[in-house]
Write a protein that binds this ligand. Structure first.
Ligand code: SF4
Length: 383
């Protein structure tokens, strides 16, 4: 069966065009250190071999921008760069890539007195001058604080939507229409809601779909599948990324999982929806990228899953994140949240910091808090 798509506008990203009924593109992101040129080129090529249409690379510093230029010279893959606070790096790397991704929630940290519109104009002009597309990438863990303040805390999607639509309106107003949008959350149902609401408001804008911090396979693939089935079957979604916590030499699994999900949806092989929020443990972990602050993160994510197996029937969310970029925000909504720094792991319970613990002590501390949480909930039920 040919998957019918919503009539979004066409956006070209190097040799691939998304939207306007084109085949859904599958993409991924490197997790090697961007300044490790050989390892990153190897991973870009591994992902391309696995069938990636586009590969994204994080660029946070001048050193990484220089490395990116060298990486781009060694591969013909369609590259996207992922910008955080340091949006001006776009100027250095845009001549070498096909797409620039920025996060509206990260345009606040530098040059606080400068309106975000000026920063977006800079990125858009850079993209225009260098034949690049843009992705406006909104993420649940780093939403523009001005938008969060305006909305009911019970509706976490509203600030994400407003952030995305404001940026679309602004880009349209400066005649830059070669962009797509993503609205990512670690909760598959919120991904579905956010993308449906956005596509109702802006049916013309192509969407990049993803469940962020989906975790390790197989759970991470299942969570992503749940969201993609509900969206792609309704014509929503023009490019996808499956985010999995896997070691660097297994990153190609993200592409294989994405293609398998698309093939299954096209063939009508859809699974029933699993509600993670009601009766079972939900472990979310980021897919890792070059910003990971200690390679032990991937191993820790696996150890957390093994150690907590005894509690798998409890409706508790544990988040394990690889760095300070998204870690502090995305552990706020978890019952128990860990985010990894170079030498220690920050630990939160119900969004409140419990302290920072060495890597060899964190599992024990996590178990203590998990047991106490289970006991408290049992007491609440009994009272
Ligand atoms: S939390 Fe940090 S390491 Fe993990 S994917 Fe996000 S930016 Fe990369």
């Amino acid at each position: 069966m040919q998957l019918s798509r919503n009539p979004t506008r066409a956006v070209r990203i190097g040799s691939v065009t998304i939207g306007d009924g084109n085949r859904i593109a599958v993409q991924s992101m490197t997790a090697t250190k961007t300044h490790d040129i050989d390892a990153t080129v190897q991973q870009v090529n591994d992902l391309a071999e696995a069938g990636a249409d586009i590969v994204r690379i994080a660029v946070d510093s001048r050193r990484e921008a220089d490395a990116l230029i060298e990486i781009a010279s060694q591969t013909s893959v369609n590259l996207a760069i992922d910008l955080q606070e340091n949006y001006r790096l776009a100027k250095l790397v845009a001549p070498h890539v096909a797409k620039l991704r920025y996060n509206p929630g990260h345009l606040y940290h530098h040059e606080r007195d400068k309106p975000w519109q000026e920063k977006v104009q800079f990125i858009a002009e850079t993209a225009r001058d260098n034949d690049c597309a843009i992705r406006v990438g909104v993420n649940c863990g780093s939403v523009d604080p001005a938008k969060v303040e305006k909305h009911d805390p019970a509706d976490s999607i509203a600030p994400m939507l407003e952030s995305a639509t404001d940026h679309c309106d602004y880009l349209d107003s400066i005649d830059f229409v070669r962009y797509c949008v993503s609205l990512k959350d670690s909760d598959p149902q919120k991904v579905v809601d956010a993308n449906r609401r956005f596509s109702d408001e802006r049916p013309d804008v192509p969407l990049h779909l993803g469940v962020t911090e989906a975790g390790m396979p197989p759970d991470g693939v299942i969570k992503t599948r749940i969201a993609f089935e509900q969206l792609i079957s309704r014509g929503i979604g023009d490019t996808i990324r499956v985010s999995l916590t896997v070691p660097n030499d297994r990153k190609g699994e993200e592409i294989a999982a994405g293609r398998e999900i698309l093939d299954d949806i096209a063939a009508g092989r859809v699974r029933s929806v699993v509600d993670y929020g009601l009766s079972t443990m939900n472990i979310i972990s980021c897919p890792s990228c070059s910003r990971v602050e200690n390679e032990a993160f991937v191993e820790l994510a696996g150890q957390v899953r093994e150690m907590t197996d005894y509690a798998k029937d409890h409706a508790i969310t544990i988040a394990v994140m690889g760095c300070r970029v998204n870690g502090p925000g995305e552990t706020d909504d978890a019952d128990l949240g860990l985010w990894c720094a170079p030498n220690y792991v920050n630990f939160k319970r119900d969004g409140e910091p419990l302290g920072a613990f060495p890597y060899d002590e964190i599992l024990g501390r996590l178990k203590l808090e998990l047991d106490s949480l289970i006991a408290e909930r049992a007491a609440d039920v009994g009272s």
